[in-house]
Design a protein around this ligand. Structure first.
Ligand SMILES: N=CN[C@@H](CCC(=O)O)C(=O)O
Ligand SMILES: [Zn+2]
Length: 393
């Protein structure tokens, strides 16, 4: 945030603005464009032939490269100890993913020092910036005690203002066999203790984690404490997560692999974004969500990387875009919108995810002539430059 120099980003081959009034189509594409960044915000955007003269400290010539809003990654678990490569290898050899793997990470997280957790989260954020992410959400959820959830949120707050209390990720060993007792503790002690350090309340509403009744209790406790709901739902099988999220006015329901027509209708007629996490499906060999059914029904769709040590140990939004296009039949334009404006909608942010005057000066340049190359050239590190709050990263 804050003061940054005034810079003209000139000679942009194709600019994605996500402002249909500024350019062509939903992405608001402008060819041969320029953008002026200054004091942390977008000061001007348009055709390079009309750049306002004399107002910038410097000019960066992109040489015909594409530019677009920085990616908004609205789903990440960055506060954890250890890793689970062996679990991944076993899964690739045929073992199915189950929620219980989370336990391994809870043990490692509780053992880790504050400094180790901070360093790991900072490392992952730096990695995500290198692949073009300029806003990231970060959940707790591998602490599962008041003390460990609180310190997880403190670490999360070091890297982002978008902090999420996910105490209801799994029932910890101290409450083994009595999930209801854990939920009572979360509502009575953990939510009041942690709410001042969080913006969002989340729950893993899934068989083997928390059922509808338990999920509702946690979300309502969070809402009563001033947080806004988001939900992990319908990842491993059909379930109540999507409907509950829509009913409680959640900002987003995430995963959404197994949905009914009623679920789709509930999302289409409400304000809840469907956040799809194709890297988790890739890494668990799960069925990909039916993105076409969601989009064709008018649901707002976001894409996020779901960086976590169990199901998706990647921070790469470009990989999400490539998978969304190849495996989920989203068009490249839909996928780029979902990873920028869609992520912003999932975080209820109007200041990011688009290039308009007054928006945060979060912009990336690609080593490619258009945004289409993000899906067309999978696995290639196309992100050439990143500006966050107007500062070159
Ligand atoms: N689905 C639940 N939570 C994480 C996975 C957590 C883990 O396995 O460690 C997710 O978003 O995929
Ligand atoms: Zn998650």
């Amino acid at each position: 945030m804050g003061i940054s120099p005034w810079v003209v980003i000139d000679n942009i081959g194709t600019l994605v603005t996500n402002d249909p009034e500024a350019g062509a189509g939903r992405l608001g594409l402008i060819r041969d464009a320029a953008v002026v960044l200054g004091d942390g915000i977008i000061q001007w955007v348009g055709a390079r032939a009309h750049i306002p003269q004399g107002s910038a400290d410097a000019t960066v010539d992109l040489g015909g490269r594409a530019a677009l809003p920085g990616f908004v990654d609205s789903h990440a678990h960055l506060v954890f100890g250890g890793e689970r490569a062996e679990e991944f290898a076993a899964r690739m050899a045929g073992t199915a993913y189950a929620a219980g793997g989370i336990r391994t990470t809870v043990e490692a997280t509780r053992r880790a020092t504050d400094a180790e957790l901070s360093a790991n989260a900072a490392r992952l954020v730096a990695e995500s910036v290198r692949s073009g992410t300029t806003t990231i959400e970060c959940k707790s959820g591998y602490g599962q005690s008041v003390v460990d959830e609180l310190r997880s949120l403190e670490v999360a707050a070091e890297v982002t203002p978008e902090t999420t209390l996910l105490a209801a990720h799994l029932t910890p060993p101290e409450f083994a066999g009595d999930t209801d007792a854990y939920v009572r503790m979360v509502c009575a002690e953990m939510v009041p203790a942690c709410a001042p350090n969080a913006r969002w309340i989340d729950v893993f509403c899934e068989t083997g984690a928390f059922d509808e009744h338990q999920s509702r209790a946690v979300l309502e406790a969070g809402i009563a404490a001033g947080l806004t709901a988001r939900v992990h739902g319908n990842q491993l099988g059909p379930g109540p997560g999507v409907r509950l999220a829509a009913e409680l006015g959640a900002a987003s329901v995430d995963h959404v692999n197994f949905v009914t027509g009623e679920d789709v209708e509930a999302l289409a007629s409400g304000e809840t974004v469907a956040t799809l996490l194709p890297c988790a499906d890739f890494s668990t060999r799960n069925r990909y969500p039916d993105a076409r059914a969601l989009l064709d029904a008018g649901v707002t769709v976001a894409l996020a990387a779901d960086c976590n040590p169990g199901t998706s140990y990647t921070t790469s939004i470009p990989l999400c875009i490539a998978l969304a296009v190849r495996e989920m039949h989203m068009s490249p334009d839909e996928a780029v919108w979902a990873a920028t404006a869609g992520g912003a909608a999932a975080l209820r942010r109007s200041d990011i995810g688009h290039i308009r005057i007054g928006a945060r000066a979060d912009l990336i340049a690609l080593d490619a002539p258009s945004h289409l190359h993000l899906a067309y050239r999978p696995g290639v590190p196309l992100v050439h430059e990143v500006w966050k709050d107007g500062n070159r990263q």
